[in-house]
Design a protein around this ligand. Structure first.
Ligand SMILES: Cc1ncc(C[n+]2csc(CCOP(=O)(O)OP(=O)(O)O)c2C)c(N)n1
Length: 333
């Protein structure tokens, strides 16, 4: 990203905070992957490895009262909304101190108090949910925006199209995005849609769209800010296509041998953390010593989180009946 543009439009403190969250996400998910390999994780393990700039960028671009309807590669957004590494690890270990109190696993979590709508596992169904929340904000006259995304595969589902169409017709305050990481499990993009750029789908709904380098946290942040401002001004939804690459298997159980080695090598050089470090160096905001210090800080926070999760209790059987339905207070939030 052009450094003039960045220095004019992004505050130094915001950029440094985003760098911290990139490292915190990587460190946390690497730790979760190691725990998975040790057989300690309850259920599956999906990471955003190599795609961290998307969730960190969009979640940094919105306001406290806004909400997100997350996707399974949005770890950075959960963290930025205030769900701590300790709570995330408790969730992965099935402990009572995780957001679902041990009722669900991995990123299948949410917290309305922190503006995170409960995770919907069915692909792209978080988009109609986001659209519904945006409709509520509009009816109530609240100045709040919803952000929701899915993968390239998710954009081939019917629910995606219904959400996009309804939001565009009603000019709802929502930002849609696609993290185009080129694969939907083992299916490459060319085998599941006849277009090269997913953004072309926005045109069918009369919605503006933009292609953004998904590995450049500054570019993701600025595009998300523009789209959120447009939504807040009553001009309706925007669709952002963040181009990126899935650097691990679909889940950690998947060796992803179907992905060509050269493709992974090509994208390794475009790693979002390396990109952010190059940008910070060019701007004179950071150097090797600073990067190491931030990496150490992130790692320490993750280890403290694991200590917390390890010492947390498992739920009791009877707790399965608690917290199943939303409270009146939650419904009104
Ligand atoms: C309706 C539905 N079908 C299948 C699944 C299982 N599933 C979860 S993620 C996934 C692949 C998603 O691919 P994509 O949307 O490109 O996102 P990515 O995982 O690549 O980020 C599949 C098949 C699901 N959750 N929901």
């Amino acid at each position: 990203m052009d450094i003039e543009m960045v220095s004019q439009h992004i505050k130094r403190a915001d950029l440094l905070q985003m760098y911290y969250y990139l490292l915190l996400t990587r460190s946390l998910e690497d730790r979760i992957t190691a725990l998975y390999r040790q057989g300690r994780i309850v259920g599956g393990c999906y990471t955003s490895h190599g795609m961290e700039a998307i969730a960190v960028g969009y979640a940094s671009a919105i306001e406290r009262d806004d909400v997100i309807a997350p996707f399974h590669r949005d770890m950075g957004a959960f963290l930025i909304r205030g769900i701590t590494p300790g709570e995330v690890l408790a969730q992965y270990l099935g402990k009572r101190t995780g957001p679902t109190k041990g009722k669900d696993g991995n990123v299948h979590m949410g917290d309305l108090k922190r503006g995170v709508l409960g995770f919907v596992s069915h692909l792209a169904d978080n988009l109609p949910v986001a659209t519904g929340a945006a409709l509520a904000f509009k009816i109530r006259g609240e100045s709040r925006v919803v952000v929701a995304g899915t993968g390239d595969g998710g954009t081939s589902r019917g629910d995606f199209h219904e959400a996009m169409n309804f939001a565009a017709v009603r000019k709802l305050p929502v930002v849609f995005f696609c993290n185009n990481n080129q694969y939907a499990y083992s299916t490459p993009q060319r085998l599941q849609m006849a277009i090269t750029d997913v953004v072309d789908r926005a045109m069918a709904y009369g919605m503006p769209g933009e292609i953004v380098d998904g590995n450049d946290v500054a570019a993701v942040y600025l595009a998300s800010k523009r789209a959120a401002a447009r939504a807040r001004a009553g001009e309706g939804p925007t669709f952002l296509e963040f181009k990126t690459m899935r650097m691990h298997g679909h889940s950690e159980h998947d060796a992803a041998k179907y992905v060509p080695h050269e493709l992974l090598e090509e994208w390794k050089a475009k790693d979002p953390i390396l990109k952010a470090e190059r940008l910070l160096t060019q701007l004179g905001y950071g150097d090797e010593g600073y990067f190491q210090e931030v990496a150490d800080r992130a790692k320490k926070e993750v280890e403290a989180g694991l200590e917390f999760a390890d010492h947390s209790p498992l739920p009791e059987g009877r707790e399965v009946l608690e917290g199943v339905f939303a409270s009146e207070e939650e419904v009104q939030s």
